[in-house]
Design a protein around this ligand. Structure first.
Ligand SMILES: [Zn+2]
Length: 264
């Protein structure tokens, strides 16, 4: 089973009830955070998630709304986690440049970034690879047209899978990359009229979902003026997606089980 919890479903625009990008997965003994935007540490605590016991952190790209809470997370893990953290390794997986990012943060803020009192391992990989996280959980990555280093993530555990676009412009290769995932967490930043080449819009998300065929499509990273001004799932349906779709909110939880129907 994969337990998914939305931790931060906002954008770079601060909102009182939405942190910036962060998503939590629990599979067997693995406790995995995807991205770590501002608000992540409080969000993990607010939703009762075992932040002290994180085993894996997977980064999509280096925009601050996706990595801005890294120092706070590591400072909390060092000083506030207590015995739950002792000896528990944290493996950070990210694009090339991840180790340099951590080194620069350590230079500016202190050695706790790379040596917080428990082992921190940083594994960089080019997009397109596949990694075993342990506990039967596999991570795959796919380059996205957003920044030089940006990538989408797919996590498979047995027969169930979660896909996360990170930030991306239109990329046809993502349709097969996300093929048949149980849950696709897709950014939907702006309307079709507003969007540039580096983000998704309702029509682009609909095209991606039609190609990938997820059981459930959850929209995240929607700019607040778009969410307030439109019924975004209705726009995605009008653009041709006939499957299940909803807007993710912070704290929303979804379980994916093998050979049974997923439930929200
Ligand atoms: Zn970004």
């Amino acid at each position: 089973m994969i337990r998914y919890v939305a931790v931060g479903t906002g954008t770079v625009v601060p909102e009182g009830d939405r942190g910036m990008s962060a998503h939590f997965l629990e599979v067997g003994g693995r406790r995995v955070l995807l991205d770590c935007g501002p608000g992540t540490v409080q969000g993990l605590a607010r939703h009762g998630l075992p932040w002290e016991e994180l085993t894996d952190l997977c980064l999509t790209h280096f925009h601050p709304d996706h990595v801005g809470a890294l120092p706070g997370l590591l400072f909390s893990l060092k000083h506030a986690a207590g015995p739950a953290r002792e000896g528990r390794e944290l493996t950070v997986r990210g694009p090339p440049g991840t180790a340099a990012l951590f080194d620069r943060l350590a230079s500016a803020l202190g050695d706790f970034i790379v040596d917080p009192g428990f082992p921190v391992t940083i594994r960089e990989s080019e997009p397109g690879g596949e990694e075993e996280l342990g506990g039967g959980l596999r991570l795959r990555t796919h380059a996205t047209p957003h920044t030089d280093e940006s990538r989408a993530l797919r996590l498979d555990a047995g027969e169930v899978a979660v896909g996360y676009t990170g930030d991306t412009g239109p990329e046809p290769g993502l349709e097969s990359f996300f093929s048949d995932v149980g849950l696709l967490v897709a950014e939907c930043s702006l309307t079709d009229d507003e969007v540039g080449e580096n983000h998704l819009s309702p029509s682009r998300v609909a095209r991606l979902a039609r190609g990938a065929g997820p059981e459930l499509l959850a929209l995240t990273h929607i700019y607040p003026h778009v969410r307030r001004g439109h019924d975004v799932p209705a726009l995605v349906r009008a653009a041709g997606w006939t499957g299940r779709v909803r807007v993710a909110r912070d704290g929303w939880e979804h379980h994916l089980r093998t050979n049974t129907n997923a439930r929200s």
